[in-house]
Design a protein around this ligand. Structure first.
Ligand SMILES: [Zn+2]
Length: 452
């Protein structure tokens, strides 16, 4: 058993919103995988420690949590033909490229995205993988291996598309799958990889892609199977007005009515984007406890709209942050997403939206979105998942409040990140990962994918 004192941080944000949240300015004691003490300034650990990490040059935060991504899209970042398009033309331009995805390209893409996330202070990530062209049946297995190699936590979702162009959907027929295949594979993945309880590293969720790429029976059957297996449900919803029109025309109802009609309006569900809701829909989502992954950069890049985050939270909707796929962000820089969320929500609600509230979306809020109560808050009994940030770069020079500086001065790299008591980022690097070699191979795979 080892005891580590992360001592006297320069600044600290614990994300603990309980009324008797302790002062943490003396740091934390980590014992094996778990936080066992939160110390006030001047306090000493209650028992001897084997190791001390002097954090006097670091800001301490919970590890950030990303609730929506498409790792494979790192292969199609900043692709000229869709650089200036909205969601539907952006998708129809990219589907034929994504249909050529190979196992090796997905492995590289996943590793790149996970490395970017880790280096930007993220310790838990969700991915929504819904592209299963022939030959890529083991996509999620490949992702599980990459997650275990890099050592962060992940909720990997078995995505799906069943509604192709021939039947009035958006994706080409070559990337849709029969429902039976999807359900069988989903059950296999949950049985093989899904961990439960505090400290789970890999979790599996079921994730039909969106109303315009999935049939109604696939939505219903996925909800039934998720309930049977007790795993979470994820999809894109209310991202654009095009999608709202699609739902009205095809199903004769708005998005939340559709969600309810297929058995998804529950606290098992989290939604990517969740922008275009009316007042009544917001209160229904809140009553149900359905969660939202807010993806501000993607929403700006594709001009999709501004989510009503404060009203969603006030109605009881758990809200977290997502960088979204790398063809619509096009970065997986998690800490930057906190800043984007803060500023986009200030455009909607005014400059009084607090910096700390945005940090809470990317930590405590995101944990709730993924159904976790063991991460996202620095508190006794929680997993030791944390990030440490230095402020000695040019961009922070002259800053005063160390926690606010992370967000307002645009931090983009953590100096250290710990997952379950293990250092996964040290001195701004991931031990044992050859980034130059990864970039070279991933870039070659990206060029290969585009050229076909
Ligand atoms: Zn997405």
């Amino acid at each position: 058993m080892t005891r580590l004192w992360i001592k006297n941080p320069l600044g600290v944000f614990t994300a603990d919103d309980t009324p008797d949240a302790p002062d943490a300015s003396g740091g934390l004691v980590v014992e094996n995988a778990v936080i066992t003490e939160v110390l006030a300034r001047g306090a000493e650990p209650s028992a001897p420690v084997e190791e001390v990490f002097d954090a006097s040059q670091h800001v301490l935060t919970p590890g950030l949590i990303n609730t929506h991504h498409h790792f494979y899209q790192t292969l199609t970042r900043a692709w000229g033909p869709v650089a200036d398009a909205e969601l539907f033309p952006w998708l129809t331009g990219l589907y034929p490229v994504w249909a050529r995805l190979t196992p090796r390209a997905l492995e590289l893409a996943t590793t790149v995205a996970l490395a970017e996330l880790l280096l930007s202070g993220c310790t838990t990530a969700a991915d929504h993988h819904y592209v299963f062209p022939p030959g890529l049946d083991e996509a999620i297995d490949i992702q599980v291996s990459a997650v275990r190699r890099l050592g962060l936590r992940a909720t990997l979702t078995r995505g799906s598309m069943t509604l192709g162009q021939d039947d009035g959907g958006l994706p080409p027929q070559s990337v849709v799958q029969p429902l039976d295949t999807i359900l069988e594979d989903s059950a296999r993945l949950v049985r093989t990889y899904h961990e439960t309880g505090p400290g789970a590293q890999v979790q599996i969720a079921l994730a039909p892609c969106s109303p315009f790429s999935v049939t109604t029976d696939a939505m219903r059957e996925s909800a039934r199977l998720a309930t049977e297996l007790d795993v979470r449900l994820h999809t894109h919803l209310a991202e654009t007005l095009d999608e709202e029109d699609f739902c009205r025309e095809r199903f004769g109802m708005r998005t939340v009515d559709y969600l309810e009609s297929v058995g998804w309006l529950t606290d098992r569900t989290w939604l990517g984007h969740g922008i275009h809701f009316d007042d009544d829909e917001i209160s229904r989502l809140g009553e149900a406890g359905t969660a939202v992954a807010h993806c501000p950069t993607s929403n700006m890049r594709l001009a999709s709209g501004i989510a009503r985050v404060l009203e969603l939270e006030d109605a009881g909707v758990p809200v977290g942050l997502g960088v979204d796929g790398s063809a619509s962000n096009d970065a997986s820089t998690m800490v930057a997403e906190v800043r984007q969320a803060l500023y986009l929500q200030r455009l909607r609600y005014g400059a009084s939206v607090p910096v700390h509230r945005a940090l809470a979306w990317g930590t405590r809020g995101s944990a709730r979105v993924l159904g976790r109560d063991d991460v996202g808050v620095l508190a006794v009994g929680n997993q030791a998942d944390l990030a440490l940030w230095r402020l000695d770069e040019l961009r922070f020079s002259g800053s005063h409040d160390p926690v606010a500086a992370l967000v307002l001065c645009a931090a983009d790299r953590a100096d250290r990140a710990m997952v379950g008591g293990q250092w996964r980022v040290v001195d701004g690097r991931i031990p044992d990962l050859d980034v130059d070699a990864l970039v070279a191979e991933h870039s070659a795979a990206a060029r290969g994918l585009i050229s076909g």
